[in-house]
Design a protein around this ligand. Structure first.
Ligand code: NAD
Ligand code: UDP
Length: 319
């Protein structure tokens, strides 16, 4: 297949490009470097089946040649208001890429007769009242909170994708991605694993927002990409959760990072940095992915953290 990946210079987009190339596909990467880094694609320079177009997908998209699939991953993804790359500091860009960017990429897929895959998120469930979250749960989202620029943009993107599927008969997929981590995450992205790993490697206390009893379930990037690739090849048009169902409190995560790194500085609690809509519990119900994709994650938190720490160590040393 000849496949367009938007957000290709980002964390997930770059791993996706690698996987698609390894499967023998031709890949066109597209990015405007809003939160991504050209370094994430540096190793693909000169690859005979990879090309790159620098473009903002909120503007009309033109791709010369045929396309068999469009994978829409462009969007800021960090909720941290302290990071310049967090979506609270990119609110209009986040709404536009979820709305206009999704509309443009759907239109592009339609024009090429290509299949379409949307990178959606567990944030569509908001601060959930149902636990773990199955795809059938409709969520509890604050429409005007700090996270709303991301949550509502992704909910709109899902609605637009289903509209193209139902009205135009477009061959679409929606993956609801739960917290995923791994090599190439921006050091200053502000998400919890990059923050904790850097703090631990510097011998500093880890910044726990709130009381640390809120939970998340962390999926290593290779497991996620496997699930997404299987979804792309499947016939499923309704959303599918992909994530690791092993649930940890943020305090447990902090203790694990400190243990694996060998950091004795402990944690510091920062009440003020936590936003009001920070979901208190998040864990994917992956029954559907297991059933229709035969997929489940294999890499546990400690193993994934070791691989990620090695990458962070290397990049921090070369800063
Ligand atoms: P990232 O910030 O590393 O990557 C996003 C990429 O999109 C960046 O390279 C950025 O420059 C690009 N981009 C943003 N706006 C653009 C625009 N208008 N035009 C072109 N490119 C644009 O984030 P990530 O973690 O790799 O997330 C990728 C996708 O996966 C996002 O859609 C995100 O919502 C989704 N997602 C990620 C996670 C996760 O845990 N990593 C969880 C849920 C959903
Ligand atoms: N968090 C934290 N310390 C940090 C960064 C994040 O305690 O330095 C918490 C945050 O409040 C949230 C969880 O870790 O409860 C996950 O945050 P992240 O930014 O990774 O993404 P989210 O899952 O909230 O979208």
């Amino acid at each position: 297949m000849r496949i367009l990946v938007t957000g290709a210079a980002g964390f997930l987009g770059s791993h996706l490009c690698d996987r698609l190339l390894a499967e023998g596909h031709e890949v066109v990467g597209m990015d405007n470097f809003l939160t991504g880094d050209p370094q994430n694609l540096a190793h693909l320079a000169g690859h005979p089946r990879f090309s790159f177009i620098r473009h903002d997908v909120t503007n009309f998209i033109f791709v010369p040649g045929k396309l068999d699939a469009v994978l829409h991953f462009a969007s800021p993804a960090s909720p941290n208001r302290k990071s310049p790359y967090g979506y609270p500091n990119l609110p209009i860009q986040t709404l536009k890429v979820g709305a206009l960017g999704t509309h443009n990429t759907l239109g592009l897929a339609k024009a090429h007769g290509a299949r379409f895959l949307l990178a959606s998120t567990s944030e569509v469930y908001g601060d959930p009242e149902v636990h773990p979250q199955p795809e059938t749960y409709w969520g509890k989202v604050n429409p005007i909170g700090e996270r709303s620029v991301y949550d509502e943009a992704k909910r709109y993107a899902e609605a637009m994708t289903m509209a193209y599927h139902r009205y135009h008969g477009l061959d679409t997929r929606i993956v609801r991605i739960f917290n995923t981590y791994g090599p190439r995450m921006r050091l200053d992205d502000g998400r919890v694993i990059p923050n904790f790993i850097q703090q631990a490697l510097r011998g500093e206390p880890l910044t726990v927002y709130g009381d640390g009893h809120q939970t998340r379930s962390f999926c290593y990037v290779d497991d996620l990409i496997e699930g997404i690739y299987r979804l792309l090849l499947s016939d499923e048009h309704e959303p599918v959760n992909i994530g690791n169902p092993a649930e940890f409190t943020i305090l447990e995560l902090a203790e694990t990072v400190n243990r694996v790194v060998g950091n004795a500085a402990g944690v510091v609690f920062l009440e003020s940095a936590r936003d009001r809509d920070d979901p208190q519990r998040r864990c994917p119900d992956i029954t559907k992915a297991r059933k229709i994709l035969g997929w489940q994650p294999h890499i546990d938190l400690e193993d994934g953290l070791r691989r990620t720490i090695a990458d962070f160590q290397r990049r921090m040393q070369s800063q």
